[in-house]
Design a protein around this ligand. Structure first.
Ligand SMILES: [Zn+2]
Length: 445
């Protein structure tokens, strides 16, 4: 079902902006959900805890960082100060999100209700998402994120009220339903859980609570949430809730159904939604923040840099006039130069990277050079990133279920050139090397 898979999750972020801005964001989110009511689902989301930005940390670490800062400075695009962008693609990522490198302790709690009792053991629900989610992060981060899923409570936590009583729907804000639910979860878990030990919390709700994900995706993350309930002296400001099962009946649920969780956790690290009210047409299957159903996919190089999974010396910043030639290695493999960024203003620019079928990227059917525009002044869910399609209206090269087809062959091949006439820049793919790398030339006036 086209519509069904086009819009699946959404995300609510709070806590990094003034209260008034959060309110405005929620109003617009509800409006959008209203528009989508005919089709789909949502995952919502967003809380943040208090840890520094990984990019900021990396930028100040190690010799040579000052030099990289000077060279890469124009490529660290950001929204304008004071702009009402709640969750931006800009660098550095706002503080308050979970740290995305090093050891991460993820608390997992399985929850059921009197009107939706957990079928089977709670640990079966946990194993729908693990170890796959931890493996996905390890692969995508080249081993930089050591995601440790922990289950100090291995049985269902029984909520005192029915699921219906909490009044949770797609797009529900934290108040009042989620606040009440989190308070009841804390009450039930507190005797067995020290919440202060964890960097983020996953609430794996019994799959029979609420509507089917085929009709409405309720899954959501609250990140950077300063209104969050406290437990053991810490705010539970980074929490992902997963509902139902993203099972389209194609038989792939066992291998790909977990992918809603790395999407939701992406929000806890500060990544925005890349699908819009129009669906996944901006980015297609090139990032899990765009599509988290269907075959496995990776993150864009921009997101990997933002998360601290790429070093500064793996990124080239084409900010000067003239030509810049660089060789790029496939993003999915470890090491080498991965991305060229071409800033066109303080808020936006183009990223250039090589994608092949390797690592987390199972759906790539036309390996090549991917070019996309990043705009730090565009908010989550409003289209902050757009892929440039080298083969417009081709219909794409994949027929995998739940993979947006049109952009699947968006990559540029040797001999092809991307041109942005407004900004007077071109990106030419010069050659493909025998070992999988591509030579690329950027020219700008
Ligand atoms: Zn989302």
């Amino acid at each position: 079902m086209q519509e069904r898979r086009r819009i699946r999750s959404s995300h609510i972020s709070s806590g990094t902006n003034a209260r008034g801005r959060r309110g405005a964001h929620r109003r617009s989110r509800r409006h959008r959900v209203g528009m989508l009511a005919g089709f789909t689902a949502l995952a919502l989301a967003a809380l943040t805890t208090a840890s520094g930005s990984p990019i900021a940390t990396r930028a100040t670490a190690g010799p040579g960082s000052a030099q990289h800062d000077a060279v890469l400075g124009p490529c660290r695009i950001s929204s304008k100060p004071g702009a009402a962008v709640q969750m931006s693609e800009g660098l550095p990522t706002n503080t308050g999100y979970a740290h995305s490198t090093g050891v991460l302790h993820a608390l997992n709690l399985m929850v059921d209700f009197p009107d939706a009792q957990g079928p089977g053991p709670a640990m079966s629900r946990f194993h729908e998402f693990f170890p796959q989610t931890a493996r996905w992060f390890r692969t995508g981060s080249y081993g930089r994120l050591d995601y440790r899923p922990e289950t100090p409570v291995r049985h269902w936590l029984h909520m005192p009220k029915t699921f219906r009583a909490y009044g949770i729907n797609r797009g529900s804000p934290y108040e009042p339903g989620y606040h009440r639910l989190v308070d009841d979860i804390v009450k039930a878990a507190d005797p067995e859980v020290d919440f202060s030990r964890y960097d983020l919390v996953n609430i794996l709700v019994t799959p029979n609570a609420g509507p089917s994900a085929l009709d409405t995706v309720l899954s959501v993350t609250f990140s950077g949430n300063k209104d969050a309930s406290h437990a053991d002296g810490v705010p539970l400001s980074n929490m992902s809730f997963v509902y139902s099962r993203q099972d389209d009946g194609s038989g792939s649920y066992g291998s790909t159904g977990y992918r809603v969780l790395p999407h939701e956790n992406g929000h806890t690290f500060g990544l925005p939604d890349l699908y819009t009210s129009e669906g996944g047409g901006s980015v297609g299957h090139w990032d899990i923040m765009s599509e988290d159903w269907g075959a496995d996919n990776d993150l864009l190089g921009w997101h990997k840099w933002k998360l601290g999974w790429l070093d500064d010396d793996q990124v080239s910043c084409a900010s000067s006039s003239g030509a810049l030639e660089r060789r790029l290695e496939p993003l999915e493999t470890r090491g080498g130069r991965k991305m060229i960024f071409v800033p066109v203003s303080g808020q936006s620019g183009y990223a250039i990277e090589v994608r092949t079928r390797a690592g987390n990227d199972d759906a790539v059917c036309r390996p090549g050079v991917l070019i996309y525009r990043v705009d730090a002044s565009v908010d989550t869910g409003e289209g902050p990133i757009s892929i440039s399609d080298a083969t417009r209206n081709s219909g794409g090269c994949t027929r995998l279920p739940n993979v947006q087809a049109e952009l699947s062959d968006a990559t540029y091949q040797p001999g092809q050139t991307f041109t942005d006439r407004a900004d007077h820049l071109t990106v030419s793919v010069l050659s493909k090397e025998a070992d999988g790398g591509y030579a690329v030339r950027v020219t700008r006036p």
